[in-house]
Design a protein around this ligand. Sequence first.
Ligand SMILES: CC(C)(COP(=O)(O)OP(=O)(O)OC[C@H]1O[C@@H](n2cnc3c(N)ncnc32)[C@H](O)[C@@H]1OP(=O)(O)O)[C@@H](O)C(=O)NCCC(=O)NCCS
Length: 141
Amino acid sequence: MILGVGTDLANIERIEATLARFGDRFKNRVFTETEQKKAESREDVAGTYAKRWAAKEACSKALGTGLRMGISWRDMSVSNLRSGQPVMAVTGWAEKRLLEMTPEGYISTIHVSLTDDHPWAQAFVVIEAHPKAQSQDLPSA
Ligand SMILES: CC(C)(COP(=O)(O)OP(=O)(O)OC[C@H]1O[C@@H](n2cnc3c(N)ncnc32)[C@H](O)[C@@H]1OP(=O)(O)O)[C@@H](O)C(=O)NCCC(=O)NCCS
């Protein structure tokens, strides 16, 4: 079953301006080491950060919380599989919220999709819950 969906559109030029103004202070407050490493290795640094910013906003919507003051952005993070597919992980308050919204006997998976076309970066997040027994029937990857 679908527990939540979220979407966000981020302006790459606005992220670029924030990066120029606040530098490491902004990066370290919002992005994990993995996200920073990915962005800094790219030609399109701001676009890569903007996609991850959009992913965090979309995830907070799917979690039904929105981005409130005091929550840690780093508790929703994006990494990439070898294929390039993005994967969203939650820790701290976001993990707690995910567990709270997951019905008894179910486990949740967060799906994320990212795209960008200057000056926009976009993210979609879907949170899906499936019965624990069903997940045990799946062949291991
Ligand atoms: C998936 C694919 C269609 C993306 O095309 P694209 O035009 O670069 O896509 P967009 O610019 O719209 O979006 C880029 C985002 O797509 C996502 N993406 C990349 N590969 C993906 C994949 N295999 N599955 C799902 N999403 C993927 C990433 O989140 C990426 O942003 P990020 O690298 O900053 O995380 C393209 O990379 C592709 O055809 N890949 C095939 C697999 C491949 O060649 N893999 C090479 C390594 S084995």
